[in-house]
Write a protein that binds this ligand. Structure first.
Ligand code: IPM
Ligand code: MG
Length: 364
């Protein structure tokens, strides 16, 4: 769907969200100028900042607009003042969970591709990282996150429930992706204990006959957590439920040395949502030191989904340019760290070498 005009809802959110999103919008503006696309951007509230302003982590206006656009770009959500208060009636994260549910974003896609020249930063030995290139498909609108919750004094429960159709729709996306890659799909579950996991296995076993080119493998989550450190290069496409995907993707995100590099997209029936994997990093908020690359690479995923392949390749080339020239923030470049805005500026300039002035670009 290559649009002359794309409508994008931008939800900056909390902490470093506004800073990293700002850099992504500068990059988007350069893409607009270079390729003569108009990106119609509207900023809306979500998370703790929305609670402060309206009492609601997902104001109706935000939700309504997000349902009408071609894509949503999100910064980050979360504020420590809620984390330390188990009795808070309303939480920033509720805004994120609600928008996922309301937009039907059932498949969260988290690619873990490492930039070789940064491998030395990883907590793992460089030889363990050789060949790491995986993508995690995390179910996003079901399971324990959304099951019935109960709290009666000292007794609490969260129901983990899955229906076959919820498994099948994300599994099909994962099978198709595996077919385009190395043809390996690994289902991560806890089928030795959980009935929901046994349902996942049943469904995958049924579906796999439709994808004869894809080899299916199964791992229990505890073993998978260990394998992710011992031999992460074994993974191609990982398919897993909401909670296991949350955990394993954070683990996978440290392989490359910085959580600040990993993008994600969430797909459903309609518009997709793009967001960095990292959180709101409140300690760094307002200091212009956060790494904008995860958000800029999320933008790259958005452009690819818009079928703007050259444009997406340009964004990736801009990021690669910064990595090659060590034009990077403090999480990666300890010696001579650049500011968040400087990194964004370098990426944007790398994209628009000829600096054509035009009235195209981002309209806010
Ligand atoms: C993520 C985050 C969210 C989740 C939180 C902020 C609710 O950790 O996107 O991985 O658990 O899904
Ligand atoms: Mg998480």
């Amino acid at each position: 769907m290559k649009h002359a005009l794309s409508n994008i809802a931008v939800l900056e959110g909390d902490g470093i969200g506004p800073e990293v999103v700002k850099q992504a919008l500068i990059v988007l503006d350069r893409i607009g100028q270079k390729y003569h696309h108009k990106f119609n951007v509207k900023k809306l509230m979500i998370g703790a900042s929305a609670i402060d302003a309206t009492g609601n982590p997902l104001p109706d206006e935000t939700l309504k607009h997000c349902k009408e656009v071609d894509a949503v770009l999100l910064g980050a959500i979360g504020d420590p003042k809620y984390d330390n208060d188990p009795n808070a009636k309303v939480r920033p994260e509720q805004g994120l969970l609600k928008i996922r549910k309301e937009l039907g974003l059932f498949a969260n896609v988290r690619p873990v591709k490492l930039f070789k020249s940064l491998n030395y930063l990883s907590v793992l030995k460089e030889e363990v990282l050789q060949g790491v290139d995986m993508v995690i498909f995390r179910e996003l609108t079901g399971g324990i996150y959304f099951g019935e919750k109960n709290r009666e004094g000292d007794v609490a429960s969260d129901l983990c429930k899955y229906e076959a159709y919820e498994i099948d729709r994300i599994a099909r996306l994962a099978f198709v992706e595996a077919g385009k890659r190395q043809g390996k799909l690994c289902l991560i579950d806890k089928a030795n204990v959980l009935d929901t996991s046994r349902l996942w296995r049943d469904r995958i076993n049924k579906l796999k006959v439709e994808y004869p080119d894809v080899e299916v493998d199964y791992l229990f989550i505890d073993n998978a957590a260990m394998q992710m450190i011992l031999n992460p290069a074994q993974f191609d496409v990982i398919l897993t439920s909401n909670m296991f995907g949350d955990i394993i993707s954070d683990e996978a995100s440290v392989l490359g040395g910085s959580l600040g590099m990993l993008p994600s997209s969430s797909a459903g029936a309609g518009a997709r949502l793009y967001e960095p994997v990292h959180g709101s990093y409140p300690q760094a908020a307002g200091q212009d030191i956060a790494n904008p690359i995860a958000t800029i690479l999320s933008l790259e995923m958005m452009l690819r989904d818009f079928d703007m392949i050259e444009e997406a390749d340009d964004v990736l080339a801009g990021v690669t340019y910064c990595i090659d020239h060590e034009l990077l923030t403090a999480d990666i470049n300890k010696k001579e760290p650049l500011k968040c805005s400087e990194v964004g500026g370098h990426i944007a300039n790398a994209i628009l070498e000829d600096k054509v002035a035009s009235d195209f670009g981002v309209i806010i």
